[in-house]
Design a protein around this ligand. Sequence first.
Ligand code: GTP
Ligand code: SPV
Ligand code: MN
Length: 590
Amino acid sequence: MTKHTGLQNWVEEMRGLCSPDKVVWIDGSAEEKKRLEEDAVASGEVLRLDEEKLPGCLFHRTKGNDVARTEHLTYICSPEKDDAGPTNNWLPPEEGYRKASEILKDSMKGRTMFVIPFSMGPVDSAFSKIGVEITDSLYVVLNMLIMTRTGSRVLAKLGTEGGFTKCMHGKAGLDENKRLILHFPEDNAIWSVGSGYGGNALLGKKCLSLRIASALARKEGWLAEHMLILGLEHKDGHIEYVAASFPSACGKTNLAMLIPPEVMKAKGYRVWTVGDDIAWLRVGADGRLWAVNPEAGFFGVAPGTNSKTNPNAMATVKKNTIFTNVVLADDHTVWWEGGDGEPPASGLDWQGKPWKPGTKDAQGKTIAGAHPNSRFTAPASQCPCLSPKWEEPQGVPISAIIFGGRRARLAPLVYQSTSWEHGVYVGATMASERTAAQVGSQGEVRRDPMAMLPFCGYHMADYFAHWLAMGKKAAKPPKIFHVNWFRTDEKGKFLWPGYGDNARVLEWILQRCRGEGKAVQTPIGHVPTPDALDLAGLDLPADALGKLLEVRADEWRAEAADHKVFFDSLGPKLPAELRRQNEELVRRLS
Ligand code: GTP
Ligand code: SPV
Ligand code: MN
């Protein structure tokens, strides 16, 4: 398969460690995909869904203890603890390798070890990064075939000397007591054992494209971010691009694929998707930031996705899609909470137990059929609104960066920062309620700077310094905004309709980038005046807009104090500029 001796030697070494019966190199061909799917069906790892209603679609259930990323088992194994910083778990590299090796030892006996060469980014782009994932999971192989560019063309590009990220994955019994997701930035290596779940096991995604890439990006002078990329087309056909970073399960896929409401469509607006989860950003020759989506597919949250909230996603998952941990109906179709149509009269829930609508647990609580973090894996090429520029090697130019979180209170619908430095402060102090995308207590508000808390591969204070430096490096940096689609009223009901109506906010954001759009200056930044957003055709309750745009000084004073507590927790490396921004904010609020 390859004449790359470094790669051959590494694969041999891993074969020696894991003792599989055989080694299979993935070539990325259509025949191979078909064969692998048949093997996965035969072994029971996946099930084929109804060929008429869901052609080419597969169904998979993960183990009940393996349904979301496990941040407490995720480590940055840099030589020094201080390189990983206080927000990451750390293990000395030797200890990481030793622990994972003990778990992997002979763990593939009687089974096949797959070797997947893959490219993050178009194979022929100079900015792309190559990885090779070794895994004993056919489910992982089938997902990687959708999420990344794989096979012989990648090996051809790698040649005999090319650098690549060593991505070692083993199921090792899927034992949660033997689960570790380890990153070795110095060695350009990732070792993941004991999990078969998305972000823990598809190593090109969060592990390579964010944790390893962010560390590399710092050295090379670019940014690897947890961001969607979209283009907003105007009446005259001109397209402006924005990148938005929201924490997991906070609306990236939905915003990336949004369909504007009728009044916005009538004004000529249309959204084009470039990416829904990860962006690599570089300063272009023109001084602007240019963004590339390194992925080739979408690994999206199923619950809440339906033909009203996200018609483009529903069209994307009609064929050649893998569904994980959703309801399996008796007729071999799938369903999830907040999905299309009525739930099936009977089927199996995400744990494989008989389920029908209204099933209750011992305490009388309704049991959800699909896991709240159930997912679809679908090729980007099937997305009806996929941007014609999604594979442009140099990416698309970014006019605005949008940060956002899930905040029931405090943060207004949208506000604009007053400078790059202030914008970095806004991103650095982002917070959000915990969702089902990660194991832990749901709903709890935590700081999640730039939505990168679980994904930054180095010290968070150094990361902020790198962001500040990037603003200096770019002559025409994007303007920075913050949004919150999740503010609620006293009864806990969302004040803003969200989804397609978020186009109204995008319009204002891009107006502001052009020096238009009405705003009032508040202590936290520029907030739209009540008449600045186009709300035509929206049926907002009388007092909703006021509440959505409200900036309460008392609440923000407490927030600013908490920003300081967070900054203090990052230690002496915190850039002085961010401390200054905090003091300024406190001053403006007093
Ligand atoms: P990851 O794939 O985990 O990174 O998530 P994501 O950021 O792509 O989130 P996604 O778009 O999948 O949305 C997650 C959940 O939030 C889904 O249940 C959506 O239905 C819901 N959601 C998305 N956008 C909005 C919105 O504008 N308003 C409200 N209320 N809910 C939304
Ligand atoms: C996220 O959790 O942000 C995801 C899904 O996009 S995962 O691949 O598990 O990281
Ligand atoms: Mn994500």
